[in-house]
Design a protein around this ligand. Structure first.
Ligand SMILES: [Zn+2]
Ligand SMILES: [Zn+2]
Length: 283
């Protein structure tokens, strides 16, 4: 899997830097041909500022797929909901939490990492990310490690003629394969086929995970292998199927799904699938 090439690639920055260096050189001489002091320093400072901006916009933290893969590899039954949580909804889809209130809760809980996974939308994530960027600059943020927030979405898909939900994480939302899945409505026809959904997530540089594998009309014993055929990266192994309080992954399902995921060498994720007002519960 590789990240799609962005128009602001390192090559492009290098080419730009040559052009800009030349124009800085031209500035080294005033009109009467006498050498004036400009600087190398100005040029270097300019370029490093430019590079920093571009690198951040090219690979924002929310799209850091390598870091997310590492976190997924460390997930256990104890990770969710107090350390990590990779499934939650905001008012931007069918959830009740405003992104800003969700962020306040994530910080109060001292979550290490999480993803917002609204159905077919990333606007809730974007509002939360904007809030987090501002919060980082406040005095309150000084003595705290902010949680890591990843971009996510949940896409309604067809697998073995069964409706399933596929979670996408750490993708580039502007990449053209995935953009049509983020317009607020569930895909239909060919576009909804799990293979196409997973491929779109991959083309956008992200990871695809089969959500709540034991919640469908068809058994996860059939669905997981079929998802593997389609290129799925992981399964939401740790999920609370009957909304227990306090939240805990359903023991029987977890054990069986974990066996399958080990067999197919899949990543395991965890999530509360929060639709209500508490990140510690589903509803
Ligand atoms: Zn779902
Ligand atoms: Zn969900």
């Amino acid at each position: 899997m590789h990240r799609s090439s962005s128009p602001l690639s390192a090559d492009r920055i290098f080419m730009d830097s040559i052009e800009i260096r030349q124009s800085f050189k031209a500035l080294d001489y005033s009109r009467d041909g006498k050498k004036i002091e400009t600087s190398h320093f100005t040029f270097e400072a300019f370029m490093s500022a430019k590079l920093a901006t571009v690198l951040t916009s090219e690979n924002p933290a929310g799209q850091d797929v390598a870091a997310l893969r590492q976190v997924f590899a460390s997930i256990t039954a104890e990770s969710c909901p107090h350390l990590y949580n990779f499934h939650m909804h905001t008012t931007h889809s069918d959830g009740q939490l405003q992104p800003e209130l969700l962020m306040e809760q994530a910080i109060d809980l001292s979550l290490r990492g999480f993803a917002i996974t609204d159905h077919h939308r990333v606007t809730g994530y974007q509002a939360a990310q904007d809030w987090l960027d501002l919060w980082r600059q406040t005095a309150q943020a000084m003595d705290r490690t902010p949680p890591r927030l990843w971009i996510g979405t949940e896409i309604t898909s067809q697998l073995l003629e069964t409706e399933v939900h596929i979670l996408g994480f750490a993708f580039d939302p502007n990449q053209r394969a995935i953009a049509p899945y983020l317009n607020g409505t569930a895909p239909t026809g060919e576009a909804a086929e799990a293979g196409n959904v997973i491929s779109a997530i991959h083309q956008a540089g992200g990871l695809a995970v089969l959500a709540h594998p034991a919640r469908y009309r068809r058994s996860f014993h059939d669905l997981v292998p079929a998802a593997v055929e389609c290129g799925i990266d992981g399964v939401e192994t740790y999920y609370a199927y009957n909304n227990p309080k306090p939240w805990q992954p359903s023991p029987k399902e977890t054990q069986q799904v974990r066996q399958l995921s080990a067999h197919y060498r899949l990543l395991n994720t965890c999530g509360t699938d929060t639709h209500g007002l508490s990140l510690l519960q589903r509803l």
